[in-house]
Ligand binder design. Sequence first.
Ligand SMILES: Cc1cc2nc3c(=O)[nH]c(=O)nc-3n(C[C@H](O)[C@H](O)[C@H](O)COP(=O)(O)OP(=O)(O)OC[C@H]3O[C@@H](n4cnc5c(N)ncnc54)[C@H](O)[C@@H]3O)c2cc1C
Length: 377
Amino acid sequence: MGRMQHVLVVGAGFAGATYARTLADRGLQVTVVDKRDHLGGNAYDHVDGNGTRVHRYGPHLFHTNNEEVVDWVTQWGEWVGYDHRVRALLPSGKTAPLPINRRTLETVFDVTLPDAAAAEQFLARVAEPTERIANAADYLRSRIGSQLTNLFFRPYTKKMWDLDLEDLDPSVVKRLPLRFDDEDRYFPGDRFQIMPRYGYTSIFERIFDHPDIRVQLDQPFVRGMEGDYDFAFLSMPIDEYYDNRFGPLPYRSIRFDHRVKENQPDMSWAVTNYTDDGPWTRETCWGMIPFHGNGRASGTHTREQPCDYTENNLERYYPVRTSDGRFQKIYDEYLRLSSADPGVNFIGRCGTYQYLDMHQVINQSLQGAKKWLQHHL
Ligand SMILES: Cc1cc2nc3c(=O)[nH]c(=O)nc-3n(C[C@H](O)[C@H](O)[C@H](O)COP(=O)(O)OP(=O)(O)OC[C@H]3O[C@@H](n4cnc5c(N)ncnc54)[C@H](O)[C@@H]3O)c2cc1C
């Protein structure tokens, strides 16, 4: 293969941006196309008519332990520390911390648990241990009992995945964090919890600001386009590229309802999870995230209603993982096909059919671009 000069990147989200910048910094000409009219992929944000910074595709909280990723992403703008907190709205109208901690148990069961040891003992009493764990319901009941399972997990799973807990693989809930102390930060295990002070979109503007990167928005990938380039990195859905040859790879999607709410009581957390059977899973109050609003609960809120991607303009958000792995098998067939294709690499969430957080996408893309450069330059 001759020396690579001009590469195509499909998608201006974190995968495409990380590849584009890494390759341009090594002297390649990069053309980026995205079918949307903005940069940033699903991490896109903007300031709405109410003066609030809103993430169009739901709240994007940056959290990681990966220092290399943090070093890379923080060079494109100012970031500020932020401890994310989530509370569940209970049928009583009270709210309680999520993940479950000592205070959650006190609030749900209306008991007093003076310390972590008391909370742990209490949970052991409500848990219903069983020998045979065949599904997520069995697992949850054995750890936290029926009441907490049915309150926090059953309606959520139905709304989010359109699945009953009995149909869900135990592995999906096995990493369920349980806290017996008062820790109520959502990501206490991550050393870095940061948000871009001027929004994600300004970070993307800086990443793409390079004389050898050309970005074309409102430009869907058209089959054959890659022929004009030495190589193509595609963060588009792999099944779409291959015309669904082995069948479609399904996704869950979300409809977002952004609205201004006035006269809201004060709150100290940004996201409220619903425990009821209604359509909404959660609601974000943007004002509670630093540099997004005015620090008040009144202002723009965004509610989320999950659905199948075919009901939402084929907006692909979460790959569907079933316990029998049938969609993963279809993906593997696409992957085999693409491995035999010397001119393209599939990258990012839809290219690899994996749910990935932003830091994971950046990490994979930094490593992937490095490896590609070793082989091709
Ligand atoms: C509701 C929600 C909440 C999330 N919250 C968090 C969070 O709190 N923290 C976190 O770390 N991560 C979060 N994520 C994950 C985060 O969105 C992803 O890690 C990230 O967006 C992946 O980047 P990407 O470049 O792979 O994909 P994307 O951001 O989806 O970018 C892909 C781009 O490719 C474009 N594209 C697709 N097909 C074509 C085509 N045919 N032609 C041209 N362009 C095309 C798309 O328009 C899109 O802009 C969340 C995701 C969702 C859906």
